[in-house]
Design a protein around this ligand. Structure first.
Ligand SMILES: *Cc1c(COP(=O)(O)O)cnc(C)c1O
Length: 370
């Protein structure tokens, strides 16, 4: 094994191994696996950690977005304005709800949806704005809430990369009708499998999502409408309950590592996106390189793994070709240059220093001479 290698992420269970084993054991001994006491307890604990009143556990973050849109009555004939720079699942969720994603370009500093572009994308069919708090940093929610209230539009927040993030001191997921979270293993709060949640301060919206996630059942075996089967299972809920108390500490660790990267990358031949809000939770640490393939090759040669988030702007995904989405030039430019460095809570500071030193070396190497 290459012990020197700096992995992009590390999903091994470390300091919380015994709590996780105990949680799994508890569920196995209880013999209750779907929609039981662990999910209910996690929903309360997670809502409270998010500064909200209700959470509904669902199967994935994608389902969380799709189900909240459906629960709000957003579907066929409606448009949802969202960002071209995100996991394509954001747009997939809009399509799953039966609505049409419309893309508003990103702000080049913040890398989240540009409020001025939202204004330009609004049509009489627009039903909601779906900002994504990308890489752990909130979108410009002051400007977005102002537009939404002026134009009478709903907001649904994609918080899948932003557990515990705040914007101007206020928790993400509390600005609009609801926030959608993912507990995919690589997220800031990750399960040992898939999971997601809708967080909302609106109890009737929470109730409708609760019905929709469970086939649409109103009471046992009675369906006024059909929903889907998308439930957070008891094992994952118990694991998430075991991990939730550590999330604050893990977030602090991410911030410490990110600030160390910022200091060590000063003067390096890359552009480090600005921290626009101290509530950033650093799900990822992307930088921009004008010659990204050379950048990645150089880091790989020094055994440092990198990944691209994301190589293709969503409107350019062939899957959306039938939707004829308008291109977004800023997102096009960013997607061509962005590349993420390793950052996760158990990453040692020495690894950050080594990665940054290897990036700095790139500036001293004349192009072509290697
Ligand atoms: C991970 C992610 C999703 C999808 O979450 P899943 O749990 O994988 O379905 C949606 N949006 C963003 C921004 C994400 O990072």
């Amino acid at each position: 094994m290459d012990t020197d290698r700096i992995r992009f992420n590390d999903l091994h269970v470390h300091e919380d191994a015994s709590e996780i084993a105990a949680a799994i054991d508890r569920v196995v001994r209880r013999g209750w696996f779907v929609l039981g006491p662990e999910v209910e307890a996690f929903e309360h604990e997670f809502a409270s950690a998010c500064g909200s009143t209700a959470a509904v556990g669902v199967g994935t973050g994608t389902d969380a977005i799709a189900l909240v849109l459906r629960a709000m009555g957003i579907g066929p004939g409606d448009e949802v304005v969202t960002t071209p720079l995100s996991a394509a699942y954001t747009a997939l969720a809009v399509v799953m709800a039966g609505a049409r994603p419309v893309f508003a370009d990103i702000d080049e500093e913040r890398l989240t949806i540009d409020p001025r572009a939202i204004e330009a994308a609004i049509t009489p069919r627009t039903a909601a704005i779906l900002p994504v708090h990308l890489y752990g940093q909130a979108a410009d929610m002051d400007a977005i809430t102002a537009i939404a209230s002026r134009r009478g539009l709903a907001i649904v927040e994609d918080c899948c990369q932003a557990h515990l993030a705040t914007c101007g001191g206020r928790p993400v997921g509390t600005f609009g009708a609801a926030g959608a979270f993912s507990f995919y293993p690589t997220k800031n709060l990750g399960a040992l499998g898939d999971g997601g949640a809708v967080v909302t301060g609106d109890s009737s919206l929470a109730d409708r999502v609760r019905r929709l996630r469970n086939g649409g059942q109103r009471t046992r075996y009675h369906h006024d409408e059909f929903g889907v089967n998308s439930r957070l299972d008891e094992l994952q809920a118990a694991i998430l309950r075991a991990r939730l108390p550590r999330l604050r500490g893990w977030t602090d660790a991410r911030r410490t590592l990110a600030h160390a990267y910022r200091a060590a990358l000063d003067g390096a031949p890359v552009r480090v996106p600005r921290e626009c809000d101290p509530g950033h939770v650093y799900h990822l640490f992307p930088v921009r390189s004008a010659d990204r393939s050379r950048f990645q090759q150089h880091l790989e040669a020094h055994h440092i793994e990198t990944l691209i988030h994301y190589p293709v702007p969503i409107p350019r995904q062939p899957a959306l070709a039938d939707h004829h989405p308008a291109p977004c030039p800023v997102a096009d430019r960013v997607c061509a240059e962005i590349v993420s460095l390793p950052l996760y809570p158990s990453l040692p500071l020495t690894a950050v220093a080594r990665s940054a030193a290897v990036v700095q070396e790139l500036g001293r190497q004349p192009r072509g001479a290697r």
